[in-house]
Design a protein around this ligand. Sequence first.
Ligand code: BES
Ligand code: MN
Ligand code: ZN
Length: 491
Amino acid sequence: MEYAISHTALPKLKADCLIIPLSSASSLPESLPDETRETVEAFIKAGDFSGNKGQMAWLHQPAGVAASRLLLVGCGDKTELDGLTFLKLLGRVSKTLQGGPAKHAVWLLDTLTVNKDLQWQVREGTRVTEEAAYRFDLYRSKTPKAASLKKWTFWHQAGDAGLKKASKVGKAVAAGSALARDLGNLPPNDCYPEYLAGRARELGREYEKLSVKIISQAQAEKMGMGAFHAVAKGSTREGCLIVMEYKGASGAPVSLVGKGITFDTGGISLKPGANMDEMKYDMGGAASVFGSVKTVCELKLPIHLVAVVAAAENMPDGGATRPGDIVKTLSGQTVEILNTDAEGRLVLCDALTYVQQKHKPHTVIDIATLTGACVVALGSHAQAVYSNNDELGEALLEAGRTTGDRGWPMPLWEDYQSQLDSPFADMQNIGGPKGGSITAACFLHRFARDVKWAHLDIAGTAWTSGGKEKGASGRPVPMLTRYLINLAEQG
Ligand code: BES
Ligand code: MN
Ligand code: ZN
């Protein structure tokens, strides 16, 4: 969709729909022409609109404005709206309009008090409006009709040059989140490790500052990535490490490392059948890395970023790892693999070591749909945030609060480490039934002792299960890109 900012007088502003968000507590805005205000007041007085949260009412051919329709949107009974409620309302309105005839919609910014500034409203507002318009129709034999809505304008009384930039940023983040969702939604027969490698190469051709390197499964094995190889070798699809380096600045890079299990059967420790199809999303961490790279490239951020995706398919064939196998990781530490379904930490630990050895990053953040235990602990609203550095952990949590893509802090205490003790190797790959998300994080911590590191367990947030809304969510692209934009602004 196309986004614009306008302060053209409303009697002159041509549009198919003027959206007027209204709370039942506040009076009609001064910015509306008198005639329009009278029409709306009469409508409200007649009982057709109360302002209840989520209520929507249409008025056709309204007096006083050039637009052909008004859409009144109920915002509840508070005089000031919090940011997240504002975004939810915008998303719902955008979804509603996707199904209607309007081609150009205008959102009035001045009718509501929101506890965020206008820049934020336009930036995050553009993002959620665009995210709500997302569709995934690639696999339908008849392409469904495209939405009529093509243009979205944020209107406010005074001109403000900063808002155009804010809208651009929001759109770039939405583009990253859409890429993450596309990759997540692709079926696992088409989206396999080398397919992801191809998509990375494509990005490398698209953006000048981005270079892409692929480490094949055989090369990874030769280099000593025994843990990564132990997962990849059970599939006829070759695994690979995908390295995308974006050079918008010199100096030590920041690094993102994504879990890219394109399908997780559990391996020999086979998963139960119910909902196993959802394990196509087990590359959600990798998808969010791809999406963040895209946003960074679109915004030409002045940062140095090294993104690594550990891509493999976890399958149970004759070459697959057995429970009890012991492997040597790239770090030199050995791992007894007691459960082949705890494969995410195995591919990630070698990717973490690789990026530290090769690129000497100042900060490493890994992102993974790592544990079912995380879904039990936090549900689907917050992703788990672990860090060995309080400042980094807080920076990610803050990026989450700012965008609504929220995280919640989790402990990385040494007390948990003994759950990973193995009688035969340096460690085992599972920590028992207690604190499953925490012990998984503690496993990874053993491979990130000497660097500022954070780990996001996104098992509950990367996709929506079942129902009509089933699909990849694009999270945590908003959190990650906000963190990176803040980093760029700090210089
Ligand atoms: N990909 C799964 C984690 C997962 C489960 C994500 C459900 C989203 C929803 C991961 O590879 C896995 O299987 N983890 C195991 C670890 C266990 C064997 C220690 C789990 O969570 O059961
Ligand atoms: Mn698994
Ligand atoms: Zn997995």
